[in-house]
Design a binder for this molecule. Structure first.
Ligand code: PMP
Ligand code: GLN
Length: 377
């Protein structure tokens, strides 16, 4: 496996002093009480291994969150597993549930860990491209159906979506669920941006809540994006007991367990996450608007981003057909780092001219970036 695009671009930003709109690493604050609770937990000696499946209080808080928000009733004991970030939840699920030569479907573009984890499991990730639809991205249900073979074991869904900011609609989820039920596919749904939706017309729905889907679906999420605590690496998965037990068995030999003081503090924070998320959404919505407007003013064509951390832009108006070349030139030309969206494609037919810009930053960083882009135009 090579160096990830996030490592490469963050290093480029560090070397050149450019504003890093590449990696989705937040510059935003976390809830003050959460930080204090972690400090207290560390100082009062809560520093040893947690239980392998996570502290009961956090598992209870996760189960309550899923019931409150999605009407999904998971048993804290047996149907919830705390992991070292969504990253470990993904790896555990794929290692546990896929065999060598299995095929796994994901929508292209997709988060880079999906292909890497598939490879670790000896399986093959097949990209089903989302289609460009006006200023957004849409499901092609026929393409998904056509991609299923006798070897297809699993579908990985990600909504809200990285890198596009798309929120899958109720109609799209129903069409995906039909295909998964028809072909007995297991679904892993990555919902780490579940709280970060900016447009009233878009709602986060989980495919696990559709008829016949709970028993075949693992929901994955993380505290990283919701509380601006990406460095703590506390994530989780929820699902039917046999699937969670299998993922838990794999997890034992990845990290076993981690994050004792964080888990304890997050158990409390998750109980009142809605209040915090309302404030965070306001900040991120303003950031998204600042970035999208700035990209437009700089002559780069932004796509709609209803959720998450990222805006896609078409860089052809600057004379580039290739986003990789654009991103390599950008630090020198404009003092900004972005990520070529082609890095997120599994299939060969990526639109090479798409580039991802991140807006989970302080407003002054974004202001500097858009001013530089407008000047460099
Ligand atoms: N899935 C997606 C779609 C992501 O954007 C991220 C963020 N890096 C992750 C998973 C990994 O989350 P975590 O940092 O909790 O491991
Ligand atoms: N999720 C973040 C992104 O997409 C960071 C990923 C990482 O650094 N591995 O940029």
């Amino acid at each position: 496996m090579g160096t990830s695009i996030f490592t490469e671009m963050t290093e480029l930003a560090r070397r050149t002093g450019a504003v890093n709109l590449g990696q989705g690493v937040p510059e935003l604050d976390s809830p003050a009480t959460l930080l204090k609770d972690v400090a207290d937990a560390v100082l009062s000696g809560h520093n040893q291994y947690p239980p392998a499946h996570g502290f009961p209080a956090l598992r209870e808080a996760i189960a309550a969150h899923q019931l409150r928000r999605y009407g999904l009733d998971y048993q804290a004991q047996g149907e919830v597993l705390v992991t070292t970030g969504a990253t470990e939840a993904l790896a555990s699920a794929l290692l546990a549930l896929c065999d060598p030569a299995d095929e796994i479907l994901a929508f292209d573009p997709c988060y880079d860990a999906y292909a890497a984890d598939s490879r670790l499991a000896g399986a093959q990730l097949i990209g089903v491209p989302l289609v460009l639809d006006g200023d957004g991205f849409a499901l092609d249900a026929d393409a998904l159906r056509a991609a299923v073979t006798s070897r297809t074991r699993m579908l990985i869904l990600n909504t809200p979506h990285n890198p596009t900011g798309k929120v899958f609609t109720a109609g799209e989820l129903a069409a995906i669920a039909d295909i998964c039920r028809e072909h007995s596919l297991t679904v892993v749904t990555d919902e780490v941006y579940e709280h970060l939706i900016y447009d009233n017309s878009a709602h986060h729905l989980t495919i696990a809540a559709l008829p016949g889907m709970r028993e075949r679906t693992l929901i994955i999420s993380s505290a990283g994006k919701t509380f601006n605590t990406t460095g703590w690496k506390v994530g989780w998965l929820c699902g039917p007991a046999p699937l969670v037990a299998a993922a838990g068995a794999a997890k034992q030999f990845l990290t076993y367990a981690s994050g004792t003081p964080y888990q304890e503090a997050l158990a409390r924070a998750l109980g009142s996450v809605e209040e915090w998320a309302t404030e965070l959404r306001g900040t991120l919505r303003r950031n998204r608007d600042l970035l999208s407007d700035g990209l437009s003013r700089a002559g780069l064509r932004p796509f709609r981003a209803d959720a998450g951390y990222f805006v896609q832009a078409d860089v052809r108006p600057w004379g580039y057909q290739d986003g990789v070349r654009f991103c390599r030139d950008l630090p020198e030309r404009a003092g900004v780092v972005a990520i070529p969206t082609s890095a997120f494609y599994v299939s060969a037919d990526a639109p090479a001219w798409l580039v991802r810009f991140s807006f989970c930053k302080q407003a002054p960083s974004l202001q500097t970036a858009v001013t530089r882009l407008a000047t460099a135009r």
